[in-house]
Design a protein around this ligand. Structure first.
Ligand code: PLP
Length: 347
């Protein structure tokens, strides 16, 4: 069996010195600049950067990292914040950052255009984070590999424990990845904490690699490097659109979902630019860029067309996800530490 690649918090923090460090805050302000930490797929991050620069003339310095990595970076930089805005990624670390005072309250004039779930996220975080998209968790499998390995058609979370899938399931590490934390919180909400951890320990036997980024297992599934990848469904849909032999599965027991979020960084050196980006990113026109970059989440502005490829949330058995509880600082820290101790370190 391949060694499981896990993601150490130390590695996460070591990335703190980014390419941005050469740019002094004063210089950035003089040029009308914006420093953005972006947690969606690189292609979408770049499309947002280019479009905002074109629209406003504000120069954006963007760094792409996974949701949990950005939270850790903001925490490490809290005495001297480098970034102005955190755009994208699952809501849980945004909620944790809000509770810990790492982000700033703001009421955008665009709030009235948003779906209820996006506004609820903002209310629950005391106006410190807002929903920008939503999407359900699930898995995908490579149909060629499934035939070759004789594993049938997995339909349920329970199917991923089959002995035939030993070393054939890939998922990210919940410390770095919001996707994988959503899995952890989802399984606990479906099965209860004790049974949920039993499930995750059993799943560990079939996991070939815990990746850093949540969407990486979708690419690995498309390439046949793993038979099954656990990701947000829209990440697997991107592979299908690219004609990979992948089947997308919304698990039969039900599943969790994310409210992808956006927050202003407390102490941002370019707060005016950050607010301009925030307001713009909530517009229907800006949100359309997601589908153009092959990201098929459900957008939060009611006027943004839902991409036809987006998995329909109404067709999926969604659990009543408790975002406040699983985004709370204490609970998130406790569950990640329990996962490290009881799951990640198993042989
Ligand atoms: N990319 C997409 C398309 C997402 O929907 C999300 C979740 O918000 C992410 C990336 C976040 O990735 P990660 O799990 O690496 O934090």
């Amino acid at each position: 069996m391949e060694p499981k690649k896990t993601f150490a918090a130390a590695t996460m923090l070591a990335g703190t010195m980014t390419a941005l460090s050469f740019m002094s805050a004063g210089a950035a302000q003089a040029q009308g600049a914006l420093v953005m930490y972006c947690a969606v797929q690189e292609e979408w991050c770049r499309a947002m950067t280019t479009a905002f620069e074109r629209e406003t003339g504000i120069k954006v310095s963007m760094t792409r990292k996974s949701s949990g990595e950005i939270y850790a970076q903001l925490k490490a930089e809290s005495q001297n914040p480098r970034a102005d805005i955190w755009w994208g990624g699952t809501g849980d670390p945004h909620m944790q950052a809000a509770e810990e005072g790492l982000t700033e309250e703001y009421k955008s004039p665009k709030m009235s255009e948003l779906q209820d779930w996006a506004v609820r996220q903002w209310e629950q975080s005391k106006q410190r984070t807002v929903g920008i998209y939503s999407g359900a968790l699930g898995f995908g499998y490579n149909t060629d590999q499934a035939k070759a390995n004789n594993i049938g058609e997995p339909k349920c979370w329970a199917d991923l424990l089959k002995a035939e899938l030993k070393d054939e399931v890939q998922v990210a590490d919940p410390n770095s990845s919001g996707t994988a934390y959503t899995l952890l919180a989802t399984i606990i909400q479906i099965m209860g904490e004790d049974k949920g951890f039993e499930y995750l320990k059993a799943l560990h036997k079939n996991v070939n690699q815990y990746t850093k980024s949540g969407a990486a297992p979708a690419k690995a599934t498309a390439l046949g490097e793993t038979t099954v990848g656990i990701t947000f469904l829209h990440d697997m849909v991107t592979m299908v659109v690219d004609k990979a032999p992948v089947k997308v599965v919304a698990p039969c027991e039900g599943t969790g979902y994310e409210i992808g979020s956006m927050s202003l960084i407390k102490g941002a050196k370019n707060m005016d630019s950050a607010k301009k980006f925030y307001d713009w990113a909530l517009t229907a026109d800006a949100q359309k860029l997601g589908a153009d970059a092959k990201s098929y989440q459900v957008p939060s502005n009611k006027n943004t067309p839902i991409p036809p490829q987006a998995p329909k949330l109404t067709d999926i058995k969604l659990i009543n996800f408790d975002f406040a509880k699983y985004g709370s600082s204490e609970e998130r820290r406790r569950l990640l530490s329990k996962w490290d101790n009881e799951v990640k370190n198993l042989p």
